[in-house]
Design a protein around this ligand. Sequence first.
Ligand code: HEC
Ligand code: HEC
Length: 282
Amino acid sequence: MGSRSGHFLVAGVGVAMFLTASIPGRAFAQDGETIFNGTCKACHTIGGGRLVGPDLAGVSTRQSEAWLIAFIQHSQTVIASGDSDAVALAAEYPGISMPDWPLSDDQVRGVLAYIQQQESAGPAPVAAGAASLQPGDPVLGRNLFQGTTRFDNGGPACNSCHDVTHEDVIGGGILAKDLTTVFTRLGGPGVRAIVGSPPFPVMQRAFQSRPLTDQEVGALVAFLEQADAEQSLHQPLDYGLGLLVTGLGSAVILLGLYSLIWRRRRRGPVNRAVFDRQVRST
Ligand code: HEC
Ligand code: HEC
């Protein structure tokens, strides 16, 4: 009895080993597909055009494998090293820099293999659901953002990690970036793709088992678009006026202070008194 189940176990392990060993290429690209969909797709297409980052179709013909592995694992270090291609890329995408990905060399090779596989399959549609979504309701988006309306699946309110400058929103969290100008920085499709399937580990974990509905994503995107548009209207004026008033105010205060000090110094010069005394004594 015991030895029989033991045999089954050995046989099972053997079959599993045979299966994985016989299709290394496919397992590789499959692994790559999982990584691409979970981590890269929110910002990149393969043949679908620019999203948050560049279209990755043909990337293996543009760069060497070594360069790609280094760049995908720690793009900021490569950019900081002064590599001319990396510097040019960073300049072309000023709104966001690619986060570092803790992937092994082989995992990156798997993603690259998947990208090459997809290239030959023809252009893929832009990130999931991007085209099919209705324009969202910015008021619902605002309420979802600050948690006054709960998400259907119970995910945490966005403002537990993010802040946004908007007249109807009380201050939010500082764990993650302020999203006031995210629409300008990443563009509508990019924001939609990121909110719909977050590529950032912390945010990903928060929504993994409690995904947002399409309606919620649409509403949040509409709200972020509105917040961005409103701040670009108000901000320069408020800022300029505030600066002017503060500047004038402090100038007046400083002038008053200076003249006060100056007057006291002229009226009661210590040195003068000492000098007079000395003149008298001689
Ligand atoms: C949050 C958005 C974002 C995610 C997620 C992301 N990238 Fe990027 N990626 C960028 C941006 C932006 C650039 C342009 C360079 C820069 O500004 O850092 C870039 C550049 C690249 C480049 C260089 C492209 C070229 O034309 O030379 C490669 C390769 C790349 N990313 C691969 C990946 C892979 C693989 C993943 C998933 C593991 C991934 N990226 C995830 C935003 C992202
Ligand atoms: C548990 C914390 C957390 C929650 C909750 C959260 N996020 Fe994020 N979010 C992050 C982190 C971390 C990043 C990575 C970039 C950074 O550090 O800001 C990010 C990035 C983003 C970005 C890309 C910003 C940029 O400029 O690169 C957008 C857009 C975004 N989040 C939207 C949202 C929305 C909308 C919600 C609510 C549905 C939300 N987030 C909820 C943690 C969170």
